[in-house]
Design a protein around this ligand. Structure first.
Ligand SMILES: [Fe+2]
Length: 259
């Protein structure tokens, strides 16, 4: 009997030992150490430069985490240093040694052939993103001065403009932009364009000078908001630099008077 008990204790000890070893082996396999390549490093917007050419990136007035958590660091870094940079470099290559090389971006957009898809996409992409990054700010700024007066006069209130702008942005199907423009008569209007088109181009539903634009491509918000586009639109709207929109408005009105 004693022999049987001794045999049982020895067998149980072996089973326990192998069982512990198996568990240890499983733990090692299931938790691999991160590799060096998986580390994400965020740089500085000041280090991002376009290749030599006619157009340069607009300077971002805040660091990549400046709008977080509304627009998070990785979204801002990818949008500015990858998407915007690519539009700019491709535009510079496309216009090299052509009639467009020394033109302003506004003139290029007004004159380009819409069948020239590469120039259309990248000239639009450059102009649109330059406006987008210029008009974002970490501060909360509301419209005042000349623009505030015109918004109240033409939309009834700032709240009405907000509802119209956000409403059109929410309804925009697929990639595109929603704009606040000064039309050919000097009136403020909200309008939309698909892809990287904008109201300066020949196909605009409401031609005019953009003074504010929201990027509704998924690359602008998908990492942060996935399918919740409305939350991105609200976040963007909280970070508009209305002082700069006012400056754009004054300049756009001057162009209307010259026509
Ligand atoms: Fe974009």
């Amino acid at each position: 009997m004693e022999k049987n008990i001794t045999r049982f204790v020895i067998l149980a000890s072996f089973l326990l030992l192998f069982s512990c070893n198996d568990n240890k082996l499983t733990e090692v396999v299931e938790v691999p150490l991160p590799t060096k390549e998986e580390k994400i490093t965020i740089g500085s917007p000041n280090d991002v430069k376009a290749d030599p050419g006619s157009f340069e990136l607009t300077k971002l007035s805040f660091s990549y985490d400046g709008l977080a958590p509304a627009i998070r660091t990785l979204t801002m870094e990818t949008h500015y240093s990858k998407h915007y940079l690519t539009y700019t470099n491709t535009l510079n290559k496309e216009i090299l040694n052509t009639e467009f090389e020394n033109m302003s971006i506004e003139d290029i957009l007004k004159k380009l052939d819409l069948n020239n898809a590469k120039l259309r996409q990248n000239a639009g992409g450059y102009y649109n993103h330059t406006m987008y990054f210029n008009l974002l700010t970490p501060k909360e700024i509301t419209p005042k001065d000349t623009l505030a007066g015109s918004i109240n006069k033409e939309f009834g209130s700032f709240s009405n403009l907000t509802n119209q702008f956000k409403g059109q942005a929410t309804k925009q199907f697929g990639s595109g932009w929603v704009w606040l423009v000064v039309d050919r008569y000097g009136k403020l209007q909200v309008t939309t364009t698909d892809n990287q088109d904008n109201p300066l181009m020949k196909n605009a539903l409401i031609p005019g000078t953009p003074i504010l634009g929201i990027d509704l491509w998924e690359h602008a918000y998908y990492l942060d908001y996935q399918n919740r586009k409305g939350s991105y639109i609200d976040a963007f709207y909280q970070h508009i630099n209305w002082e700069k929109v006012n400056e754009n408005y004054i300049e756009a009105l001057k162009k209307v008077k010259k026509v």
